[in-house]
Write a protein that binds this ligand. Structure first.
Ligand code: SAM
Ligand code: SF4
Length: 325
């Protein structure tokens, strides 16, 4: 089992399959001047398969494909089928911006993809264009419907809330969740390299919840031990609303996740820049045992929690797409 020095058991791996994206969300990446990893630096499907087989032997049970936008990686459904066939892997899921998902989701589902989280920060087409610097809200909405029609439930929507940008849509999102039967998760805006984080845009989960409570009766649900989202139910509707609070109230004590970046670096924390390159070890001919020992050594050094906002603002970190969100 992948135990760290604080007794946290790690069973969940977030896997960045690409650092490329077909959107340019303002809170995530700049419009131009992004340094993408060269193709030879990116893990091949065979390399990912080998690493995931080692992770599964060590106790990883759940894999989430992310990026960048995972659906822009060619033949990503082949990767899904490769890793979902590995013994020990119980669930393969994906976080997607939904632009290409409607066309890819049947293949992905057949290949073994069980659930999707879809990111959508506004329900207004003009605002969608302003936030993502691209068109395509109709495609995202179609992807949500398609995931629901395939019964890939719960379908979760990720909404990064920014003051003065989309915080006037909280109630619209809650109504949307009730109408569609999806779970909406409001995420606090986090600072990363190149995303121009400013405190004036930041709005805490607590404030979001209080504002929603003016329109809905919310009941806290029992916490799922390792979930990053604290979930509440809209009373009478059975709809769940989640709050992800990495900045105001981190969930590090119950963290069960590891991350593998697009270039094969193992990160034990999204917001702590320590990493080791499993790709380099693998390409130098390391055995499975050596790779497993490196994974465990990295986990032994995992800190109790990530830095607070002042530390985060001072820390050099990769961009979100280079880590894998
Ligand atoms: N492209 C996919 C997507 O957008 O769903 C997957 C990768 S994206 C980096 C993963 C998640 O991170 C998305 O839900 C996105 O909204 C969130 N995210 C990106 N930048 C963020 C930031 N600065 N603060 C909080 N969440 C962020
Ligand atoms: Fe692309 Fe996702 Fe980042 Fe938006 S949040 S730019 S969709 S990787």
């Amino acid at each position: 089992m992948l135990n760290d020095s604080f007794g946290r058991i790690h069973s969940y791996l977030r896997l960045a399959v690409t650092d490329r994206c077909n959107l340019r969300c303002r809170y995530c990446m700049p419009d131009t001047g992004v340094d993408f990893k060269p193709h030879h630096g990116i893990l091949t499907f065979e390399e990912i398969h080998r690493l995931v087989s080692i992770f599964s032997m060590l106790g990883i049970r759940k894999i989430r494909l992310t990026g960048g936008e995972p659906t822009v990686r060619k033949n990503v459904s082949r990767l899904v089928s490769l890793i979902s066939a590995l013994p020990g892997i119980e669930e393969v899921t994906m976080t997607s911006n939904g632009i290409l998902l409607a066309e890819a989701i049947c293949d992905l589902h057949r290949a073994g993809l069980r659930r999707v989280n879809i990111s959508l920060d506004t329900l207004r087409p003009n605002r969608f264009r302003a936030i993502t610097r691209r068109d395509g809200i109709d495609k995202v909405l179609a992807s949500i419907d398609k995931a629901l029609s395939l019964n890939m439930r719960p379908v979760k929507l990720n909404v990064v809330v920014m003051r003065g940008v989309n915080d006037d849509e909280l109630r619209d999102f809650a109504d949307f969740a009730i109408r569609k039967g999806v779970t909406v998760r409001f995420i606090e805006f986090m600072p990363f390299a190149g995303n121009r984080w400013q405190s004036e845009y930041f709005i805490s989960s607590d404030e979001i919840r209080k504002r929603l409570a003016r329109a809905f009766v919310l009941r806290p649900l029992d916490e799922e031990n390792s979930s990053s989202a604290r979930e509440w139910e809209i009373t009478g509707e059975g709809t769940r609303i989640g709050f992800i609070s990495p900045v105001s109230d981190h969930f590090c004590a119950s963290c069960n996740r590891l991350r593998l970046t697009v270039d094969g670096a193992l990160r034990t924390c999204l917001l702590n820049n320590a990493e080791i390159s499993l790709r380099d070890l693998l390409r130098r001919g390391a055995s499975d045992e050596e790779l497993a020992l490196s994974i465990q050594a990295s986990l032994n050094a995992k800190p109790a929690s990530h830095p607070g906002i002042d530390g985060l603002l001072k820390q050099e970190n990769r961009t979100m797409i280079a880590i894998g969100g």
